[in-house]
Design a protein around this ligand. Structure first.
Ligand code: FAD
Length: 287
């Protein structure tokens, strides 16, 4: 389906952003290939959106194409040797539950990350010492010319909250590999990680999680707190009282409010500590 002037606020966790000139929701690889062959090389701005849990769209919207994989790209399939093939649009929690049902351990941490597997690969998402690089086996993607590409684990270099894949790739499916485990122990681990998260991070709020990456050997939230930024408010944007690196839309924020708060915090932390915080969230659109 192709939508014109689609409201982006419906598709991200901040519930913010203007209109996308073109919003494309393919429901099959062929659908995507046909679209890319027609528009892929002509369009300068193409952004692949997952669950929007790490993306802030600007108020001015997006003068280009947003691609959001449709529901046929959300599936789980059991393979041999504790491997699971998942469509890139599958939510991390669904993948973790599927692994647990099949007594595969190592994927428990995915139960506390709210994004899609496509997003988890691009962000090398993780928590509590785990991340996607440790369970990644291979993936299939399509480039903007509509060509299929495959990558094995030896071909991708994962780094903290990123990887070396080129940005013109739309991930279609991923194979993850865990280890044979005990179903009850896996479920218990999922529950304990979810509870641990609930204790330290806010839930049911309009946020994209950690705004900044943790600098080496430092915690961004501690730097923000010690720079006296925790109580800053700009328009409808503020910082979670539970976790100083979680910025939120209190209901009537604009994207500009969130961005202004980000800039203010970055400046204050630099003045106080000399550390230049780097964004973890993606800010998309023209300022
Ligand atoms: C409450 C909360 C808690 C969070 N906790 C954590 C945490 O513990 N650990 C952590 O690492 N993150 C956490 N996050 C951040 C976020 O959930 C992760 O970064 C997540 O993996 C993003 O996935 P997404 O599908 O929502 O990505 P999006 O925000 O949609 O996109 C993020 C990036 O991935 C790319 N992308 C998405 N899908 C595809 C695809 N199919 N092909 C190519 N590129 C794609 C986008 O272009 C973009 O660059 C949290 C967020 C929230 C809201």
């Amino acid at each position: 389906m192709i939508y014109e002037n689609e409201k982006l606020s419906k598709y991200n966790w901040f519930n913010l952003g203007g209109l996308a000139r073109i919003f494309f929701k393919p429901n099959s690889q062929l659908d995507l290939k046909n679209f890319l062959e027609k528009y892929g090389s002509k369009e300068k701005n193409v952004y692949t959106l997952g669950a929007g849990s790490n993306t802030l769209f600007r108020d001015s919207g997006f003068d280009g194409v947003i691609i959001k994989l449709g529901k046929n790209f959300a599936y789980t399939k059991l393979l041999e040797d504790n491997k699971i093939e998942v469509g890139a649009a599958t939510l991390d929690k669904t993948v973790s539950d599927f692994a647990s049902e099949n007594s595969i351990s190592g994927l428990e941490f995915l139960s506390c990350i709210p994004g899609s597997i496509g997003g988890a690969i691009m962000m090398n998402s993780g928590c509590y010492g785990y991340d996607i690089s440790k369970i990644f086996f291979s993936l299939k993607a399509m480039n903007l010319s509509g060509e299929l590409k495959s990558f094995s684990k030896d071909e991708i270099k994962f780094i903290y909250r990123g990887n070396n894949l080129t940005k013109d790739l739309i991930i279609l499916s991923v194979v993850l590999q865990g280890e044979s485990g005990n179903k009850n122990q896996i479920k218990n681990k999922q529950i304990s990680l979810i509870n641990k998260k609930k204790e330290s991070q806010p839930s049911k709020i309009k946020t994209c999680g950690s705004t900044f990456k943790n600098p080496e050997n430092k915690k961004a939230w501690e730097l923000i707190k010690s720079s006296n930024c925790s109580n800053l408010i700009i328009g409808g944007a503020r910082i979670s009282s539970k976790h100083s690196n979680f910025f939120l839309n209190n209901g009537n924020a604009t994207s500009s409010d969130i961005e202004a708060l980000i800039e203010k915090v970055k400046k204050e932390v630099f003045l106080k500590t000399g550390i230049n915080l780097e964004l973890e969230i993606k800010i998309i659109g023209v300022k």
